[in-house]
Design a binder for this molecule. Structure first.
Ligand SMILES: [Fe+2]
Length: 270
C-alpha cells in the first residue's frame, strides 16, 4: 500500500499523523481476505490493519419482466392474510403469496439460486462451518407488504422453523419522492430536511450510531434506498426497520423466509 503525503510531526511526547489522501485498494497487492478478517498490509513492514467482518448481505436485481409478473400476482392476491402475524401495523394489505404460481416461477428460481450462493459463500468464509453438512434450502413463507404513505415497520428480526435461516426483501414499487429526495436534496424545499431517509430500509448490526462519535469504530448499520427490482438476502437475525414516508404512491415489496436445513443432523429445528 502506498500512502501519499505521509508526514509525521514530533510535538513533545506526541506524534501526530496527518491524514493521507484516500488511497485505492488493489486487491492483488494491498489486501487479502482470510476466513476471519480482512488484513491490509502497511508500508515498511510495520504491521497490518485487521478488520473483522460484521455482516453478510446479498444484493441482486431482477428484470422488469419478473417485477411485472410478481406485481400481477400480488395484485391478484390481496387477502391481507399475513397482517396478523407480522410486527408492523400497516394500513396497506400484507398477503401470503403462492410460490408455486406460474407468475412467481422465475422470481422464486432466482431467489432460491441466490440463497444457495449466499449459503455457499458464508460456509466458505465462516471457519466454524467447515465441518457442516450440506444445507437444504426451502422457502418457509413468501408474502408481500403494500405500504401506504405514513406506514412504517419498526425494528424487528425474522424467524424460521430451521435453526439456520435467511430472509429477503425485493422491491416492486417505490414512490418517486424517495428518489427525488435523494437526488434533489436541499435544492427542493419539499425535501429541505436533514435525513432524507423517508421510506428507506435500515439494517442494524450493532449499537445504533455509536460510531458517529468514535472515528476509529466501524459502522454498525446501513441505510438502503429502495429501487424497483433490487433485492437483498440477509441473516434472519439481522435487525431491520422501514422508515415512514409521505407521498401519494404506495411502496410494495415481497419478502421470503428461507429454512436452511442441515442434512443428516437431528435437532436443527426450533
Ligand atoms: Fe422484516
Amino acid at each position: 500500500m502506498n500512502i501519499e503525503n505521509k508526514q509525521f510531526f514530533q510535538d513533545e511526547q506526541l506524534i501526530r499523523v496527518v491524514p493521507a489522501e484516500r488511497y485505492e485498494m488493489k486487491p492483488d497487492e494491498q489486501h487479502y481476505i482470510t476466513k476471519e478478517l480482512t488484513k491490509v498490509k502497511l508500508d515498511d513492514d510495520i504491521g497490518e490493519i485487521w478488520t473483522y467482518p460484521a455482516l453478510h448481505l446479498f444484493h441482486g436485481k431482477i428484470s422488469e419482466k419478473i417485477v411485472k409478473d410478481v406485481i400481477e400476482h400480488c395484485t391478484n392476491t390481496n387477502n391481507d392474510d399475513a397482517s396478523g402475524k407480522l410486527v408492523a401495523n400497516i394500513e396497506g394489505p400484507q398477503s401470503y403469496l403462492d410460490a408455486d404460481h406460474p407468475l412467481m416461477k422465475e422470481f422464486v428460481d432466482i431467489m432460491m439460486r441466490s440463497a444457495c450462493i449466499f449459503v455457499d459463500q458464508c460456509m466458505m468464509t465462516n471457519p466454524s462451518w467447515e465441518q457442516a453438512q450440506p444445507r437444504r434450502i426451502e422457502i418457509q413463507e413468501i408474502w408481500d407488504v403494500k405500504m401506504k404513505p405514513g406506514d412504517y415497520n419498526p425494528l424487528h428480526i425474522h424467524g424460521t422453523k430451521a435453526m439456520q435461516g435467511l430472509s429477503s426483501i425485493c422491491y416492486l414499487k417505490v414512490p418517486d419522492g424517495l428518489h427525488q429526495a435523494e437526488e434533489e436534496g436541499v435544492m427542493n424545499p419539499k425535501y429541505n430536511y436533514a435525513a432524507k431517509i423517508d421510506g428507506w430500509l435500515k439494517f442494524l448490526w450493532g449499537i445504533p450510531d455509536h460510531y458517529k462519535f468514535d472515528e476509529f469504530a466501524c459502522p454498525t448499520g446501513t441505510h438502503i434506498l429502495p429501487k424497483v427490482g433490487d433485492y437483498y438476502i440477509f441473516p434472519k437475525s439481522l435487525n431491520h426497520e422501514v422508515y415512514p414516508f409521505r407521498d401519494n404512491e404506495d411502496r410494495w415489496s415481497v419478502q421470503i423466509n428461507f429454512n436452511c436445513w442441515e442434512e443428516g443432523k437431528d435437532g436443527n429445528e426450533y
